[in-house]
Design a protein around this ligand. Structure first.
Ligand SMILES: [Zn+2]
Length: 127
């Protein structure tokens, strides 16, 4: 996948990972909101649990241990700076939310696209 293709995927709403998570949350009878007016606009807000979920694309949010988080060889330093900035922003958003009393969870795109992994991840989060 080229960087331009990655960019297109990210801008789109209702990405595959989000859809997969929605499906599993519904199957569990979990109620959630999307597009809540909270710092960083979390992808899912589980109001009754006081928990927000972010679905992070592996490339843009720098999933270090995964193939999708690898930087392109071309313009590597450009990308490194950009991704680093995103990670810092993610951290500051999470801090703000925690200060407001929310629990913050991140589900990586690669986890969401593997239904067994996602199932386990959600089980842990919703325990
Ligand atoms: Zn990943």
């Amino acid at each position: 996948m080229t960087s331009a293709e990655r960019m297109k995927r990210v801008r789109r709403h209702g990405t595959e990972p989000e859809v997969a998570i929605k499906r599993q949350l519904r199957a569990k009878g979990e109620r959630y909101r999307t597009q809540a007016l909270l710092p960083g606009t979390p992808d899912f807000v589980l109001v009754r649990r006081g928990r927000v979920l972010f679905v992070h694309g592996c490339f843009w949010h720098g999933h270090g241990s995964c193939r999708g988080g690898r930087l392109p060889k071309r313009n590597a330093s450009f990308w490194a700076i950009k991704i680093e900035r995103n990670k810092r922003r993610d951290q500051s958003v999470a801090r703000k939310l925690r200060r407001l009393g929310w629990c913050v969870s991140v589900i990586w795109g690669c986890q969401a696209l593997n239904s067994n992994l996602l199932e386990r991840r959600l089980q842990r989060i919703l325990r």
